[in-house]
Design a protein around this ligand. Structure first.
Ligand SMILES: Nc1ncnc2c1ncn2[C@@H]1O[C@H](C[S@+](CC[C@H]([NH3+])C(=O)[O-])CC(=O)[O-])[C@@H](O)[C@H]1O
Length: 321
């Protein structure tokens, strides 16, 4: 299925600037696929193969829950449910597939709503979503009919979830199993690049921003979403241990500091379009993600993380290459 994604991307990039970079992406991807070391992959792939073939009557990418409906008898519904449950945990969603409601850990629709007013024009554009998870936002973007729509994501389960949803949603979106640091640098082929929920996972945030810039075509647009803290242009939290129980969290700058970083690496027209507290309505455990989630990562009064840090707050930045 990874190769199916490559073939689909190859068709999409014909007649775009990205066609010049396709072979590089393909070589990188084939190398990653060869070395995937995920013991659960055969079980997940089997669940994908077991998804029933269903008659699709409606695809609604604009609804909060990405929705596909049509005819599905009881046996087929059980088959569908069993396969989708094999792919638990679902971190991003919601999805509604033939009345199976996948209530994921994150109400990703809430971030999408915060983004919508300032969403760059995606129509006929070459679009990249870095750290795209299971592709929830790729499917949202597909409704705007870009020319190329690519997500990169290292998590293998997220790919199988994406394939499962795509079996029914049938959008143009494609996903490759790459990390941002595996992407070539000086690869200026994307009109719009999204990096949402990734910056704080990077040990070197400035390098991340520079790399994103090098992926943008001249005057291309970056949409950056990340955790921030309250404070002035001198404020940045580098948590000593975990942050809200997450390992692998490095830099949480203030809005002022991050604006400064973006300007320093050369982005223009830096705009902050949203700052929002992450609520326990947006991130929580559900039947589809049964581990602990945000309510367990905050103190009872929700004023601090369990480690004593400021509770999660996220900002959206939009700027130009
Ligand atoms: N080096 C890396 N390169 C690429 N992806 C990475 C890397 N490291 C981690 N990831 C991936 O980035 C995603 C971060 S989640 C955001 C998902 C979506 N964008 C969202 O906005 O909801 C965080 C959150 O929940 O906010 C995960 O899928 C990681 O596997």
């Amino acid at each position: 299925m990874f190769k199916v994604q490559l073939n689909k991307l190859k068709e999409q990039v014909t007649n775009t600037e990205l066609s010049a970079g396709f072979n590089q992406l393909s070589t990188l991807t084939l190398d990653v696929i060869k070395n995937i070391n995920q013991g659960d992959l055969p079980r997940w792939q089997q669940a994908y193969e077991n998804l029933p073939n269903l008659t699709i009557e409606l695809i609604d990418l604009k609804a909060d829950a990405i929705t596909v409906s049509g005819s599905c008898n009881d046996n087929q519904k059980q088959q569908l449910l069993t396969s989708l449950e094999t792919l638990i945990p679902w971190r991003k969603g919601p999805f509604s597939l033939f009345d199976v409601e996948i209530d994921a850990e994150w109400r990703s629709d809430m971030k999408w709503q915060r983004l919508l007013d300032s969403l760059p024009d995606l129509t006929y554009k070459t679009v990249l979503d870095v750290g795209c998870g299971n592709g929830y936002y790729l499917l949202k973007m597909a409704a705007y009919q870009p020319q190329v729509l690519l997500g990169i994501e290292p998590g293998i389960l997220q790919h199988v979830q994406f394939w499962a949803v795509q079996k029914y949603a049938q959008t143009m979106a494609t996903m490759l199993p790459l990390k941002i640091q595996q992407m070539p640098k000086s690869f200026p082929y994307f009109d719009v690049v999204f990096s949402m929920g990734v910056l704080y996972h990077r040990k070197s945030p400035i390098e991340h921003l520079e790399h994103l810039k090098s992926l943008l075509s001249p005057q291309g647009t970056l949409v950056l979403e990340t955790l921030i803290v309250d404070g002035d242009e001198q404020t940045c939290l580098v948590p000593a241990g975990r942050y809200a129980q997450m390992r692998n969290v490095w830099f949480l700058p203030s809005v002022a500091m991050l604006s400064g970083w973006l300007e320093k690496v050369g982005f223009k027209n830096v705009e902050v379009t949203d700052v929002s507290i992450t609520t326990t309505e947006e991130q929580r455990s559900t039947e589809w993600m049964r581990f602990h989630s945000l309510p367990q990562f905050l103190t009872e009064d929700e004023n601090h993380t369990v480690e004593g840090h400021q509770p999660p707050k996220r900002a959206i930045f939009i700027c130009q290459e």
